[in-house]
Design a protein. Structure first.
Length: 317
């Protein structure tokens, strides 16, 4: 086995990542600014149990994309060829959200397209007129219903030989769509009802037939039974047969299970924030479940008091 290999980052955690080379997949120590999609040079370290890797170089990126966090641009994906913007009538996808990603994609040398999801629901004239605006400027739009498998084959055909990032508001169907495209090879979690919840912790790159690669940043497989899902979210899970296959992606506590599983549920920022301090305390018997209260506040920095749609957290996240 070559000591230094070239590979691609297919999963990224807070300070480590998984790199795929032609010789296999290696857990690696990440260096600063490494993101999912990066092509990297990896030095293989022969551990007593199994080979590990150390990233020593990030190769030139054909494209890169970032998001705004605490008044700074944070890079989160590289070598993306296309951005698929999920658009739905319910929950509402604002024109500001669509335009933001169109500008971001074009500025990053990435081709954008729209996925008009949930076409099984009645779509009002005003909503369709909004989509026509983008059709008239030659933005490709693919109509789908992830829930009912409508036009999934058309979407898969379009994705052939592309590296695609799906973006959309919570509840737009990113996880359901990814599940239908990837099938049993899915490696993500998700969460959504009509309102949705924003939750992301692990970024993953998935490769399926026809050399299609998708990065899914959403969050619906944390709870492992359909009854629990319905209890908390009030709706039936769209893919209940997949629930029991997922491992919760809290790496500091479930690292071994995650490494051995093909199905990993992303933790979510609020969930992880609560669980990191609570799990050790409960495990040691210091506190009981009935005594736990988690008080979390989420908002947009600099939003002030004025209520504008463009500063609503779900719109800018």
């Amino acid at each position: 086995m070559q000591k230094v290999q070239t590979g691609q980052v297919i999963e990224f955690y807070s300070n480590s990542c998984l790199v795929k080379t032609k010789f296999g997949k290696f857990d690696c120590v990440a260096i600063k600014n490494v993101v999912v999609g990066d092509f990297v040079e990896v030095e293989i370290i022969q551990d007593s149990k199994k080979p590990l890797g150390k990233i020593i170089k990030v190769n030139r990126r054909d494209s890169k994309i970032s998001k705004r966090i605490k008044n700074q641009n944070k890079l989160f994906a590289a070598n993306i060829s296309h951005v698929g913007i999920l658009v739905t009538q319910i929950p509402k996808t604002s024109s500001e959200f669509i335009d933001k990603w169109l500008v971001k994609a074009n500025a990053s040398n990435i081709k954008p397209f729209l996925i008009n999801n949930k076409i099984d629901m009645k779509q009002e004239k005003k909503y369709l007129e909004k989509l026509d605006i983008y059709k008239n400027i030659n933005i490709k739009i693919i109509d789908t219903s992830a829930k009912y498998d409508k036009n999934i084959s058309e979407l898969k055909e379009f994705l052939t030989d592309k590296c695609v990032l799906f973006v959309g508001n919570s509840g737009a169907g990113k996880s359901t769509l990814t599940s239908k495209i990837i099938g049993k090879n899915l490696k993500t979690n998700s969460l959504s009802n009509d309102q949705g919840v924003h939750t992301t912790s692990i970024s993953s790159l998935y490769e399926i037939d026809s050399n299609i690669k998708i990065i899914d940043l959403s969050a619906d497989f944390r709870l492992n039974t359909d009854s629990l899902y319905k209890k908390w979210y009030g709706v039936d899970h769209p893919c209940p047969d997949l629930l029991s296959k997922f491992i919760y992606g809290l790496t500091e506590f479930y690292r071994t299970d995650i490494k051995n599983s093909d199905y990993v549920a992303c933790t979510g920022c609020n969930s992880a924030t609560g669980l990191y301090p609570i799990i050790p305390l409960v495990s040691e018997g210091i506190i009981e479940f009935d005594d736990i209260i988690i008080n979390l506040a989420t908002g947009v920095s600099g939003a002030g008091r004025k209520a504008n749609e463009f500063i609503i957290h779900s719109e800018v996240s």
